[in-house]
Design a protein around this ligand. Sequence first.
Ligand SMILES: [Zn+2]
Length: 186
Amino acid sequence: MKYLQGYPADTLAQVEKLLAEDRVADWLLQKYPQAHTVRTDRALFDYVQALKAEYLRSAEPLGKVLFDAKLHVVKNALGTHTTVSRVQGSKLKAKREIRVATLFKAVPDAFLRMITVHELAHLKERAHDKAFYNLCSHMEPRYRQLEFEVRVYLTHLDTAGARLWEPTVGVDADCGNGQRLWMPPQ
Ligand SMILES: [Zn+2]
């Protein structure tokens, strides 16, 4: 169970039991029946920006925010954060780029929130140390539980379990002034 290294033995035993009895899907779906509705990179930017504005207003501004299909497979990462520095006039401006693995397109809001909080916390804290996790928990009090649940879900997928949520379907409607409105299916 590579995604759950470092958790206590009794916790691992419980997860192993859930997996063996094929009950992970029920457990997660009961908690989180629905996927979030953040479907595009533009919507993801707004989602991340809203959390940043609430908790990390003074941190470097966000440049790009996007879903990245290659992340999980190639880099074995769920999210990444990089600083892109550009000279603007006489100043060096740093902007942050956050990438979220595409698998987070089809998860509950709580899981998207977990990975967002994680990558935003890296704007302030580089290492996965105590200060980092304190900041994560400040932004999302359920952070540790959510990270655990995400890891259980990844373990479920890794053991050939079916994907539990589908990306939300709907039609994009242009409301005339260039804004895209998301509309649920009829
Ligand atoms: Zn990290």
